[in-house]
Design a protein around this ligand. Structure first.
Ligand code: NAD
Length: 295
């Protein structure tokens, strides 16, 4: 069993991007600039946005964090997105989800200029991804593809089972893994809360991507010997021994599953850092007016 080290791969991606920034500066050109919007005080969202902003600083990107009270009106939020759309210095815009219930997330995403949509959630970019055209790939699946590529994990002809069909993880993951590309060329089964016989399906998987949001959901009896297991889940569970009162666990029962696998991602330190690396890559491409071509 080999651990897929998201911290290590993400550091390598960041080092490449830092070199690009140095080149841009030497040429007197503008450095990439990411704008992040955080609404309210959701502790997990605070952590995610802080690490995105910190990562920008580490590699020499500019970043702007716009914070709004949870009671912000939808119109005020949309107006601020429009201002960012019109601001030529801003290359990428991300709105940290989830948003408070009174705000229509779909409307917010649709308001972001698709050319600055570095999260890849705008329907125009989703459509391009489905059509196999250059676009911004949603950061988490893109980060997983970068990880598979880094470790040269064979995917061609493999059976990949994706658990979870969200727009931000499961569905785009299933599309990317089934593409005629490397990594890709998998036969993909996309499973979800209404799937019958999930255990039997998982037992046929050469690659499992778990994106459910339930601690220890994938147990050892669901995993074939030698499978590759990618754990996307980030779940907070109470832990009195920690200063924070909680610890993070994935969707996979790591201790029991890991010995059966050929490769596995830990939580934390697996997919999480790769998501940030992919977001930074998207922002770099946005600053050059390029999109990612995964074909
Ligand atoms: P979501 O709640 O939008 O989707 C969960 C999916 O799980 C749904 O499609 C649902 O059908 C499926 N599901 C629920 N119960 C199931 C069951 N019993 N059997 C099979 N499928 C079932 O979640 P999401 O936004 O895709 O996130 C999933 C997890 O990944 C969460 O823990 C989230 O925090 C984490 N996440 C991590 C990163 C990262 O960077 N590591 C990024 C995004 C999300």
């Amino acid at each position: 069993m080999q651990i897929l080290d998201g911290k290590l791969v993400s550091a390598a991606v960041k080092a490449q991007l830092a070199d690009k920034v140095t080149e841009l500066k030497a040429l007197g050109e503008k450095v990439p600039h990411l704008a992040a919007i955080l609404v309210g005080n959701n502790p997990a969202s605070e952590t995610y946005v802080a690490s995105k902003v910190k990562s920008c600083a580490e590699i020499g990107f500019h970043s702007t964090l716009l914070r709004f009270d949870a009671k912000i009106s939808e119109k005020h939020l949309l107006d601020n997105i429009t201002l960012l759309n019109e601001n030529a210095d801003i290359d990428g815009i991300l709105v940290q989800l989830p948003l408070p219930k009174h705000i229509n997330e779909e409307l917010v995403i649709n308001t972001i200029d698709p050319s600055k949509d570095v999260d890849g959630f705008h329907p125009m970019n989703v459509g391009k991804m489905v059509a196999g055209l250059p676009t911004y790939i949603p950061a988490t699946p893109y980060g997983i593809m970068l990880m598979l590529e880094h470790y040269n994990i064979p995917t061609k002809g493999k059976h990949a089972v994706v658990i979870g069909r969200s727009h931000i993880v499961g569905t785009p993951m299933s599309i990317l893994l089934s593409r005629n590309a490397n990594p890709g060329n998998c036969t993909v089964t996309l499973t979800h809360s209404q799937t019958a016989n999930l255990k039997e399906i998982c037992l046929q998987a050469d690659i499992i991507v778990a994106a459910i949001g339930r601690p220890n959901f994938v147990t050892a009896d669901m995993v074939k010997e030698g499978a590759v297991v990618i754990d996307v889940g980030i779940n907070r569970i109470e832990d009195a021994s920690k200063k924070s009162g909680f610890r993070l666990v994935g969707d996979v029962d790591y201790n029991a599953v890991a010995p059966k696998t050929s490769f596995i991602t830990p939580v934390p330190g697996g997919v999480g850092p790769m998501t940030i690396a992919a977001l930074l890559k998207n922002t770099y491409h946005a600053s050059l007016g390029q999109k990612v071509n995964m074909n």
